[in-house]
Design a protein around this ligand. Structure first.
Ligand SMILES: Nc1ncnc2c1ncn2[C@@H]1O[C@H](COP(=O)(O)OP(=O)(O)OP(=O)(O)O)[C@@H](O)[C@H]1O
Length: 236
């Protein structure tokens, strides 16, 4: 599958001949430097961008939930109503309320259900965005740098929350990140991308939850970094 763009009269391949299978119930991370095509690939998987060639194949009955880098909440709706919003009209009221409560519990925001987005910290807002996706009970959860705007403490906490939820539910999860450590902490498999192509795949055969200080995690991180940037500098 490929996605090309015409930029200033020339063709740019944001995603270039990617052929990837994401097994049902697996958690995969996609890592690469800024501009390598991660977001475009995730948008293709989500059906938000049309491929220039090739196709995305999945069970048509599968529900897809997407979490973006910014929470994208509706400022006039409180936390619970933001989470409920995509469900209104699709499910009866009782079911909507039950799903909202469950999703808010999972992200630890049950007590905050009546707050407005303006009253939330960045981490809380992002948890609302995750709850909104979870409440749709997606078969496939796609996350585009969902924690990158957060401080290190909140990021670690939400990474743990995501792993907990994945372990409890075993839905298909694909998470895009430029943070190699995050990719290793969260992925059963890490896909390495460079200029629109998949350049590597690494199985991370370590139990969850993983610790950043675990020597095996550090090793994987170092090896992936070495391949992607030819050194140990953090990716831009
Ligand atoms: N709508 C578009 N029109 C033109 N070019 C685009 C468009 N979307 C993406 N691109 C280009 O495709 C390439 C890949 O972009 P993409 O956003 O997928 O990368 P990324 O790896 O997600 O980067 P980042 O981590 O900075 O978000 C970039 O060169 C970008 O400029």
């Amino acid at each position: 599958m490929s996605r090309h763009y015409q930029v200033a009269g020339r063709t740019l391949s944001a995603v270039d001949g990617v052929t990837e299978h994401f097994p049902a119930g697996s958690i995969t991370t996609i890592v690469g430097r800024s501009g390598c095509g991660k977001t475009t690939l995730l948008r293709l998987l989500a059906g938000l961008t049309e491929p220039s060639s090739g196709e995305v194949r999945r069970d048509p009955s599968d529900q897809v939930g997407v979490v973006f880098q910014e929470a994208r909440l509706m400022p006039w709706l409180d936390v619970a109503d933001n989470v409920a919003f995509p469900l209104i009209g699709r499910l009866d009221r009782g079911e909507v309320a039950a799903r909202v409560e469950e999703a808010l519990m999972l992200v630890g925001l049950a007590e905050t259900r009546r707050a407005l987005p303006v009253q939330l910290s960045g981490g809380m807002a992002q948890r609302v965005a995750i709850a909104r996706a979870l409440a749709q009970q997606p078969d496939i959860l796609l996350l585009d740098e969902p924690f990158s705007a957060l401080d290190a403490f909140t990021r670690r906490k939400l990474q743990r929350t995501l792993v907990d939820i994945w372990q409890a539910r075993r839905r298909t999860v694909v998470l895009v990140t430029h943070d190699v450590e995050e990719a290793v902490l969260l992925g059963e498999r890490v896909i390495e991308m460079e200029t629109g192509r998949v350049v590597g795949r690494v199985a991370i055969d370590l139990p969850f939850p993983r610790e950043a200080t675990d020597p095996a995690v550090v090793d994987h991180r170092r090896n992936i970094l070495a391949r992607l940037v030819g050194g140990t500098d953090p990716l831009p």
